[in-house]
Structure formats: C-alpha cells, structure tokens
Design a binder for this molecule. Sequence first.
Ligand code: ADP
Ligand code: MG
Length: 267
Amino acid sequence: MSHTPASAPDTCLALENVTISYGSFEAVKNVYMDIPRGKVTAFIGPSGCGKSTVLRALNRMNDLIPGCHLKGRVVFDGHDIYAPNVDAVEVRRRIGMVFQKPNPFPKTIYENIAFGARINGYRGDMDELVERSLRKAAVWDECKDKLKASGLALSGGQQQRLCIARAIATEPEVILMDEPCSALDPISTLKIEETMHELKHSFTIVIVTHNMQQAVRVADLTAFYNAEAVSGGSGKVGYLVEFSETEKIFNNPAQQSTQDYVTGRFG
Ligand code: ADP
Ligand code: MG
C-alpha cells in the first residue's frame, strides 16, 4: 500500500470524496468522513440513503457486487485500500464484518472460530484462540460446554455473538456491523450492545443501525445520511448530512434535516 498523509492522528478510516455507483446509478455521493480509532461510529438515516453501501466500501465488500464502482479514496491507517496491489482479502481480514442476519457456518461452534483462523495461517494454540474469541464476544459461558455442537443450534442472539467471535478471531483492527440486531429480540439486542462496549477497548467499530436509541446507547459518534431525488435521475442519491459526536447529533445538530430526523418529524 502506498503511503499517504493521514487526515488526523487518531483517524482509522478516512473517506475522501467517495462516490459509489451501481452501474450508472450513483447511490451515494461525495462523502468525506474521518472515522476515529477505538470508538464506535454509527450510521443512521432513512432506508436507501446508502448506509450499507458506504459500510461495505470500508472493507471492499462492494467489490463482490458486479457493476458496483467507487470513486474517491478510502484511506485506512494512511493507505488507500483501493490502490493497485492492495489485496482485498487482506483488507477484509484487517477490517472484519458482521451482517444483519446471523450467518454461522454449518459447522461446530469450535470450527466456526477455528476455520477462518486456520485459513489465515494461525499457528498458535487453537483452543486458546477459540476461548479468547468467544469470551471477547461475551458468548463463552453459553458455549463452553457444547463446543462440538452445531453453531446453528444456538439462539439467534447467540449465533450473532458467535459471528462476532468469528470476526474477532482473525484479529482485525476494525469491525463493521450492518444492523447486527435487526433480526434479534430486545434482550439479545442489549447483550450485543453490551458486547460492543467491551469490544471498543480493542477495536474500532462502525455500525449501521435503523434504531436511533441504539445509536445513542452505543455510539460515540454518529453520521446522519439522507437521500434526495435529483432532476433527470432515477432513484434518490444518498449523501452524508453531518457527522459529529452522538450527543451533538441528537441534542444540537447543525442541520435542520438532522433535527427533523432524530426527533421523528421526518417527511
Ligand atoms: P441503506 O443501507 O441506507 O438502506 P443501501 O446502501 O442499501 O441503503 O442502498 C443505497 C441505494 O443503492 C438504494 O437506492 C439501493 O436501491 C441501491 N442499491 C443497494 N444495493 C444495490 C445493488 N446491489 N444493486 C443496485 N442497487 C443497489
Ligand atoms: Mg442497509
């Protein structure tokens, strides 16, 4: 990766004028953001404004969608992750992802952790890695007596924490989460939120949530995205309205549209 000066010393991921298209449709335009290290950053905004699209750009997951194209730069630890010679697989190891629907492998709980670690060439004590990862994801106590059972036999909330453990096991620096609680009940949701508070001591976390109270509970910073119809275009174009401390976004935002959204007066 070629070196480029970082925006701020504590910036983990910087988006520099990022525009993402699907074919000729520009889904989200001209995004600038400095996502700080060691914090939880939330993306909020109405459906279709490009939150998932931007999140997937942060670890090159959009590369897997035919026709999806990115302009601008995404700079991780001072390096443009879209530069030639950068290995997208290595980017995804260092910047892990947890999806909306828990998706454990149809394997044992143990293998859900060990499989990816082995592929990544992990040479240490596998039992120790499995335990450490499950502990960090706050699901060890529920799993320790049934490591040989299928990951699919767990409850939805436990499966999602298993997926978090799996993401942690490859020792990423960043964990991206796209509405990780939307398929879960309120108690499982709170458990995941508690887990996030623990995880931020070790990782930078970026979470998309449609639940504004969740952003208030877990996020240090919040980005509000919106979308607008453009004349002559088909579909709405997403853009970043403002990005600030969560407390400011919810209590004293700079933009009227943010105020309208967070107070539920959205047209
Ligand atoms: P959000 O996560 O905020 O709901 P998305 O990032 O999923 O928004 O979508 C942003 C826009 O991009 C929407 O108009 C959506 O229809 C479009 N879009 C998302 N994924 C694809 C895709 N794979 N192919 C074409 N258009 C897509
Ligand atoms: Mg989405």
